[in-house]
Structure formats: C-alpha cells, structure tokens
Design a protein around this ligand. Structure first.
Ligand SMILES: [Zn+2]
Ligand SMILES: [Zn+2]
Length: 221
C-alpha cells in the first residue's frame, strides 16, 4: 500500500536545543484537551513549532501543533480523533476504557517535563533501509550492527518511520477521506520510565488538512 506523508522528507525529533521550540512532553492548557475518562489533561506527547519551515506544508492557522494521546485510557487498536481549533482542541471520537490501577505504570504522572527538541533530517540511505524493513524486504538480521537502531520506534516527523505493525491507512472521522501521515511518537521522554514504560510501542499521528483533524493510533510490537 502507498504510504502518504504530509511532510515528504523524514526528520527525527531529537532532544536538544534548536532554532525552534519543538518539545517532547510538556504541559498544555488548551480547551477541550481534557480526558473525560481519567479526568486528567490528555498527555501532550509532542509539540511542534509551526514556524519551522520543515512544517510549512501543514499550513495551519495555529502557532503550535499539539500531538495529544491519553495512554491511560486509549489502548487497543481503536483510533482517537480530535479537531484543531486555533490552539484548542475538540475530541471527535475516542474509544476510552477505564484504566487499570497503576496503568501504564505506578504513579503515572499527569504530564511530563518538557524536553526541548530539534528536527534532524534522516538520511536518504537510512530512510531507504527503514522502508525496506517496513516492506519486509529485509529484517534486522540483514543489518550491520551500526544500523540496528533503525529497527526500532523513534519520534519522527514525515517520511516513513519504522512501523511496528507495518503500513496502514486511517480515514478521517469527519470526511472519511484517507488521512496523511504526520508523525510517529515512541516512548522516550524526560521521564526515564518513558511515556508508557514500553519501548515496543508507538503512536502514529495522521492529519486531515481539509478538516483540521488529527487521528492517532497506538501500535505495539
Ligand atoms: Zn484518560
Ligand atoms: Zn477530513
């Protein structure tokens, strides 16, 4: 199947200072960004600074794009959709489950301290390797040791990230059209326990530019 990223070139979201204010984790106070199930702010996974020319194709009226996901309450394969409303959000569709106690782990925080990040281009050779891994043409056993890191989930904008469950589509909950891939989020953040405590888990964020809707799905290895 055809993989359809909005941002054509791949960028790894890498901790460190850069010219723009991309953030892994952090807090938000956007209206509508509250999980009605666990009664906490929906966890901010990534914040993208839309002044970065890398993100020009998003052409959103907002200054930042917040990628939100509640790991307490959204698990399994059902997508989570929310509309972008000029800095605020509105949950469009979410299948929420009552969280188990201490899920995803004990003393789960209501937010994660912000970790500043920059967008590092992924080389064409690395992108090709990831594409071949995703397509099943090669496995990690075909890789030299120094490329083993490509066979794992990372925070990535655009291109085709390493996909724990292969390529997939997501249709917009509003217009039903196929959404475009926007970003993949892995587990790493400012907390050594991670967003979920599971390195073999990722959230794929898709976008419908026509409707200004984000769709997110959680995938595990
Ligand atoms: Zn929740
Ligand atoms: Zn749509």
């Amino acid at each position: 199947m055809k993989w359809n990223p909005l941002v054509q070139s791949p960028y790894v979201v890498t901790p460190g200072e850069g010219p723009f204010e991309h953030v892994i984790g952090g807090t938000h106070d956007c209206k509508g960004g509250w999980c009605p199930n666990c009664d906490h702010p929906i966890t901010q996974i990534l914040t993208l600074d839309l002044r970065d020319p890398v993100l020009a194709s998003l052409s959103l009226p907002d200054s930042v794009l917040r990628l939100l996901f509640c790991h307490r309450c959204i698990f399994g394969s059902k997508p989570f959709f929310y509309a972008l409303l000029q800095g605020d959000v509105r949950i469009e569709r979410a299948k929420l489950k009552t969280p188990w106690e201490d899920f995803p782990y004990e003393d789960y925080p209501t937010s994660f301290a912000p970790l500043h990040a920059r967008l590092e281009p992924l080389s064409a050779a690395d992108q090709e390797t990831i594409t071949r891994l995703n397509g099943g043409e090669i496995t990690w056993e075909d890789l030299p040791r120094e490329l083993f890191h490509l066979d794992c989930a990372k925070h990535q904008i655009g291109g085709e990230p390493y996909l724990l469950q292969g390529r997939e589509d997501l249709n917009c909950c509003a217009c039903r059209r196929k959404m475009q891939f926007l970003a993949a989020a892995a587990d790493g953040c400012s907390d050594p326990r991670g967003f979920t405590g599971n390195d073999f888990l990722q959230v794929l964020f898709f976008i419908c530019i026509g409707c200004n809707v984000i769709g997110a799905v959680q995938r595990c290895d």
